[in-house]
Design a protein around this ligand. Structure first.
Ligand code: GLV
Ligand code: GLV
Length: 370
């Protein structure tokens, strides 16, 4: 089958676009590492492309969707999140957009786990000590100590795909788990993890008998040694349970002074000025962040305060940035493969052409037959 579809990709997603080319598609890839100007995306849509491959960096709204709504048939977003896409505008122009769920779940969960370890065990200041040639002696507690992760209590805020994957990893570290989710509680999964914990204790694999339970938000923050955030960004008005600035001056005060905050979900879930202040006043022990209100992180961000650098780890939206997760052309393994598959599903009319049945389409509501 020869397909004569034209596709524009706003960035290079690796070999996966060649899957399209071997199917006869004409694919143009924006060659620069930075995102293209919006005007260029609009021009490409105007020129009559059938499909658009985008990332979180590309703002997509009526200006883009409306540029040539009859020819643009699909937007394939290379991310699980789609905060950059105005869903109402996509629906108005009846343009389906797809995303890449599941394939980055484990990578994002393990990155949260590794950030937690790097932060608590002071990996960064410890390496600095060595590299800066300030490692003058071995001493029981000087110049500083870290805190163990093993055996501690973690609060997992948000028990969707990524939160649950993190819980699975925490169980392997003999951690106790406090779960909180504003919208949906997955008791089946939590009960299964408790069974795993019971077995590990019964067989002598874990010394302590660990536990996991859903609790209210305040209790999760109050009792945890680590708090890891895995909620979507929902602004006030978008949901009965908005998550914008869920972590603010008031809620940060609920955490123990010895507790650490981890965030690789979305930046605006945390009030960054309030967090920097809490770190300066030692109201919490540390924070590790991979996402920010504004990305890339501005030079004048309060999070860059050098007086908190020893306890504030900052990463560049890197949680899914692992080779297989990002680039595998297998739609069951890589974001690239899944992104391209979502595009193919729509353009080639898989699932009998029924968009509501296509697994990677987000805005199915625009295509439901009433
Ligand atoms: C990353 O932040 C994503 O949404 O894929
Ligand atoms: C540490 O290196 C130890 O031997 O205890």
């Amino acid at each position: 089958m020869e397909n004569k579809f034209r596709v524009f990709a706003t960035c290079d997603i690796g070999d996966a676009v060649n899957l399209l080319r071997t199917r006869g598609y004409e694919v143009e890839v924006y060659p620069k590492p930075e995102p293209p100007p919006k005007s260029l995306i609009v021009d490409k849509v105007k020129s009559g492309i059938d499909g658009l491959i985008t990332t979180l960096r590309d703002p997509l709204d009526a200006e883009v969707f409306g540029a040539s709504p009859r020819t643009l048939k699909v937007v394939a977003q290379y991310a699980v999140g789609f905060d950059n896409i105005n869903r109402a505008d996509a629906n108005r122009y009846k343009i389906p957009f797809t995303h890449t769920p599941d394939v980055l779940t484990e990578a994002t969960a393990e990155f949260a786990f590794f950030m937690m370890g790097a932060l608590a065990r002071k990996m960064w200041p410890a390496e600095h000590l060595t590299r800066d040639n300030e490692w003058g002696y071995w001493h029981p507690y000087l110049p500083f100590l870290g805190d163990e992760v093993t055996g501690k209590t973690i609060a997992v805020i948000g028990t969707g795909r990524i939160g649950l994957a993190l819980i699975k990893k925490c169980a392997g570290f003999d951690m106790n788990v406090l779960c909180y989710d504003p919208a949906y509680e997955n008791h089946n999964y939590i009960n299964a993890i408790q069974e795993v914990m019971n077995l590990r204790h019964a067989r002598g694999i874990s010394k302590e008998h660990n536990w996991i339970k859903y609790v209210p938000f305040e209790e999760a923050l109050h009792d945890a040694d680590f708090v890891s955030i895995h909620v979507p960004l929902l602004r006030p008005g978008e949901s009965p349970t908005p998550t914008y600035h869920l972590f603010n001056e008031r809620t940060l005060r609920m955490m123990k002074p010895t507790a650490f905050l981890i965030n690789d979900s979305r930046g605006p879930v945390v009030d960054e000025a309030a967090l920097a202040q809490a770190l300066r006043e030692n109201r919490i022990a540390g924070a590790a962040l991979d996402v920010y209100a504004k990305e890339p992180l501005p030079a004048d961000s309060p999070l860059r305060d050098p007086t908190i650098a020893d306890r504030c780890r900052l990463y560049p939206h890197f949680a899914s940035a692992a080779r297989i997760t990002r680039l595998s052309t297998d739609p069951d393994k890589g974001m690239a493969g899944r992104c391209v598959q979502g595009l193919i599903d729509v353009l080639e009319g898989n699932y009998g052409g029924d968009i509501t049945k296509m697994p990677f389409v987000v805005n199915k509501e625009a295509f439901a037959k009433s």
